[in-house]
Design a protein around this ligand. Structure first.
Ligand code: NAD
Length: 495
């Protein structure tokens, strides 16, 4: 009998009002049901918002350093439970254990960063243009935050949003992805254990069209922080405009790694293998295009194919597995359809291309690591996010051409250049249109205390991570204090 989970609303475990449930299954063995979760709807969201609104009135008055103390405890509990959470996460979403440990570590880093931010949350003081007048700008909490997250970083992404939201004095209604509700439930349980008061963080499980839409449209939710696909991000943007909510969107990517002829090729090879096939290519920052200088193209591609063929597919809990399954059957079908598209477009399939179903793999959603060579920039496999283990390889004659090809998509999240020439590196840093540029590092590997986000259709201009996320979760209030004892009119009495 699978474990059964509930929503957590106002500190109480509650069923969905409809009484409906959904199952969460292991993508490496879809016969294994991990747990059953409530399939909630609008009426459950209404309850959660009511609780969050009531809790906000008290929580906003708790001093930020005290809120930070709770963040520190959350970090401590995550440290103590890191291995157990990582194992459960691998069972729930498939990526290999080293990566789920990294996912939990990112949550730990984010918790400790938030703890210290409780003693900063800096405002500004500036001189007034009038005598005997004081001017400052302070950060204030906004209200109830709707948090909607994807499945590929089941712990890290929710923490990027919930920790700064709560540290800033907001309260939260959180809807995790239906493929990874268990890790999210554990996170909320830990937050309660650390001392987050009832109603400050509420979790409502269920589908995007029901729970997600209800959150986005709710008139008493003040802001939405969303990470997911561009299609859903656009829908959320439209829905949230009804009530003029503040919205942060972290969306898709079509990230590229450029390798120049002067690069350390062994390093670049390790980088692209990790960037393209880590998390089975299911990262918003995954390397899905490799742009090679023509002088090293043949040699680099041959070694890459060789190394890719040696990657071992398998259950992420097993020490021998390099690459886990796709998250579900639908996602694997998307990967399959892009393989077909690539072949129809005339790209050269040089390795992989099929689902992997030998032996125990038959029970999971495995797909072979796949590489297309001789891809041209306009092909769909060079333009569209696939979100799976598929790499498109393109050939260029110069750095300038490579940067042009790299920039030639609607997305702009992550980018990478391998070169030993410092001049080329700085030209790339200047001219690449992306939120993140790595030099001699693959396209994945963001650190919790740095700004994270993309340009163009990867988002709407906000940043998560580090100090920048606090700009999204706080409102600026300008404060003027006149101690002159008389009416002083700005712009009039002083000029
Ligand atoms: P998704 O857009 O399908 O779902 C994301 C979340 O939105 C889920 O919780 C889902 O239930 C919910 N949702 C779906 N429809 C909704 C609606 N109409 N209204 C409100 N909520 C709704 O994305 P996914 O498949 O879970 O994740 C993969 C996508 O996420 C990829 O496109 C990837 O690039 C992107 N992603 C981006 C980043 C980033 O920081 N830029 C990070 C990770 C993943």
């Amino acid at each position: 009998m699978a474990e059964s989970y509930k929503n957590l609303i106002n500190g109480k475990l509650t069923e969905a009002k409809s009484g409906r449930t959904f199952e969460n299954r292991n993508p490496a063995n879809w016969e294994e049901v991990i747990a059953v979760f409530p399939k909630s709807g609008k009426e459950d969201v209404d309850e959660a918002v009511k609780a969050a609104r009531a809790a906000f009135e008290k929580w906003r008055l708790v001093p930020a350093p005290k809120r930070g103390d709770i963040m520190r405890k959350i970090g401590d509990i995550l440290v103590a439970r890191k291995e157990e959470i990582a194992r459960e996460m691998t069972r729930e979403m498939g990526k290999v254990l080293a990566e789920t440990r990294g996912d939990v570590q990112e949550g730990i880093d984010t918790a400790y960063y938030a703890a210290t931010e409780g003693r900063r949350l800096f405002g500004n003081t500036v001189p007034s243009e009038l005598p005997n007048k004081f001017a400052m700008a302070v950060r204030t909490p906004i209200g109830v935050a709707g948090i909607i997250t994807p499945w590929n970083f089941p712990l890290a992404i929710p923490t990027w949003k919930i920790f700064p939201a709560v540290l800033s004095g907001n309260t939260v209604v959180f809807k995790p992805a239906t493929d990874t509700p268990k890790t999210s439930a554990t996170l909320v349980e830990i937050m309660m254990e650390a001392g987050i008061p009832e109603g400050v963080v509420n979790i409502v499980h269920g589908g995007g069209s029901e729970v997600g839409t209800a959150i986005t449209l709710h008139p008493d939710i003040d802001l939405i922080s969303f990470t997911g696909s561009s299609a859903v991000g656009k829908q959320i943007s439209r829905d949230a405009s009804e009530t003029l909510k503040r919205v942060s969107l972290e969306l898709g990517g079509k990230n590229a790694q450029i390798v120049m002829d002067d690069a350390d090729l062994d390093l670049a090879l390790d980088g692209v293998l990790w960037g393209a096939f880590g998390t089975t290519g299911q990262r918003c920052t995954a390397t899905s295009r490799l742009i090679l200088h023509e002088k090293i193209y043949d040699q680099f591609l041959a070694t890459l194919i060789d190394r890719t063929k040696k990657l071992r597919l398998g259950d992420g809990l097993l020490p021998d597995s390099d690459v886990g399954p796709c998250i579900n059957e639908a996602q694997r079908s998307v990967v399959q359809s892009y393989v077909q598209i690539g072949m129809n477009e005339g790209a050269k399939l040089v390795t992989g291309g099929s689902i992997a179903a030998e032996g125990v793999l038959a029970k999971g959603w495995f797909h072979q690591p796949t590489i297309f060579a001789d891809v041209t920039p306009e092909m769909r496999i060079a333009q569209e996010e696939i979100f799976g283990p598929v790499l498109s390889v393109l050939r260029v004659k110069s750095l300038e051409e490579g940067i042009g090809v790299l920039n030639n998509t609607v997305y702009g999240l992550s980018s990478s250049v391998y070169t030993r020439d410092v001049n080329k590196a700085f030209v790339a840093i200047r001219d690449i249109k992306a939120g993140i540029t790595y030099i001699n590092v693959p396209t994945i590997g963001a650190e919790a205390h740095m700004p994270f986000g993309g340009v163009k259709q990867t988002g709407n201009g906000h940043r998560e991570g580090g100090w920048t996320v606090y700009d999204f979760f706080t409102e600026w209030k300008a404060v003027y204090i006149d101690y002159s004892g008389k009416l002083q009119r700005a712009q009039i009495d002083n000029y």
